[in-house]
Design a protein around this ligand. Structure first.
Ligand code: SAH
Length: 364
């Protein structure tokens, strides 16, 4: 019996490698049956596939956290509107542009404007900021991560010069979604946003937290199937980490082990995906980012926000890298990447569309 099971596990892995597709039940088995050996094998394949497409250069994105004011009340998030202990801030246009200028000098060629859903940032105000940023740095990409908006809004921001958008789906299971969010938020709207973003022409990113409350391997299997079907350009995954002033304060954090395992699987499902080793991963383990890279990630997103606001954008407790100047951050990351045989690149870092030859290479 055990031998047969082992063989089946191997079959599943072989098919993931050749077809880049599994059924939801097979994803479930892959997750539930994982061992240190299967994780190491998948990581090895994931790194080979990544190297075949992107090489050993790791893309960097300068993260600018433009506001921690949020109209939403996501149960897991430290900047949810009900958290009265959160000290709120909003960056001015000048502050945002000066963060980007500093980042440019340091070698960043993508700027990610992320924030809570702050009603102050109307389409008009954001368009002005994005077009100024794009005009000042025409060789850079502007990525947005500003939550749910209307299709018209996404279109207008795209026309102003933003070319990528990150909106984690958070979970591909509607019931699980409802347990993580307040009643006024809906899974359907999240999915509508992702579809609108893609149709507008953005390089689109989804993603989820690993180990969020009520999540089991069954929900994760749905996330993997969703990623297989949606085929995002980017996917942000990191461990859930409790925040002391949220309803999930007493929940346990997600693990490094499972996050890295899933990073490898995602790389194998969508070989050319842009996959960050996230700050949350660096928060739960001192070498979390490096381990993410060793599992198949190819992006890091250090913080360019002004030092005084870094600690205020506190989605979860003990967020890593809130104390270093941007320059220190970049050189620290450079060293960390070298320690795992990689290096930071000075590049916009767009998603690479794989040609037939490269795909074959990636399959090796
Ligand atoms: N308002 C934007 C940006 C959200 S912050 C949006 O809705 O897309 C970016 C991501 O941080 C979220 O999508 C969520 O997946 C993650 N996050 C929030 N709280 C977290 C927590 N407690 N632990 C780990 N990740 C968290």
């Amino acid at each position: 019996m055990q031998r047969k099971d082992l063989k089946t596990e191997q079959d599943i892995i072989d098919r993931l490698l050749s077809a880049r597709s599994l059924s939801e039940e097979e994803y479930l088995r892959l997750i539930e049956g994982r061992t240190a050996e299967s994780a190491a094998l998948l990581a090895e394949h994931a790194v080979t596939v990544r190297d075949g497409i992107y090489g050993r250069g790791i893309y960097t994105r300068g993260l600018i956290e433009i506001s921690n004011i949020c109209k939403n009340d996501c149960l897991y998030c430290g900047i949810r509107r009900s958290n009265t202990r959160c000290i709120r801030y909003r960056l001015t246009k000048e502050e945002i542009l000066s963060c980007a200028d500093e980042g440019y000098e340091l070698g960043f060629r993508t700027f990610v404007l992320q924030g809570g859903e702050d009603p102050f940032f109307t389409d008009e105000i954001l368009s002005d900021i994005i077009s100024s940023l794009a005009a000042k740095h025409p060789d850079c990409a502007v990525t947005l991560s500003l939550g749910e908006r209307s299709k018209e809004s996404y279109e207008r921001l795209f026309q102003s010069g933003a070319s990528r958008y990150l909106l984690r789906h958070e979970t591909a299971d509607p019931l699980h979604y409802a347990r993580l969010h307040p009643p006024e938020m809906s899974f359907e709207n999240r999915m509508r946003c992702l579809k609108d973003l893609r149709e507008t022409g953005y390089q689109t990113g989804c993603g989820f937290m690993v180990g969020s409350p009520y999540q089991t391997a069954a929900e994760l299997a749905k996330d993997l199937k969703f990623i297989e079907e949606f085929r995002p350009d980017m996917c942000g995954i990191g461990p859930f980490i409790p925040h002391k002033d949220t309803p999930f304060a007493k929940e346990t954090a997600g693990t490094l082990e499972l996050t890295c395992f899933l990073l490898s699987v995602i790389r194998l499902i969508v070989p050319n995906i842009l996959l960050p080793a996230t700050t949350a991963l660096a928060t739960i383990h001192p070498r979390g980012r490096e381990k993410g890279i060793l599992a198949g990630a190819n992006v890091v997103m250090p913080n360019l926000s002004p030092l005084p606001v870094r600690k205020k954008y506190e989605l979860y407790d003990n967020k890593a890298c809130t104390g270093d100047e941007s320059a220190q951050c970049r050189s620290c990351l450079e060293e960390r990447m070298k320690s795992v045989g990689c290096h930071l690149t000075v590049d916009r870092g767009d998603v690479k569309n794989i040609q037939k030859g490269q795909q074959e290479n990636a399959d090796l």
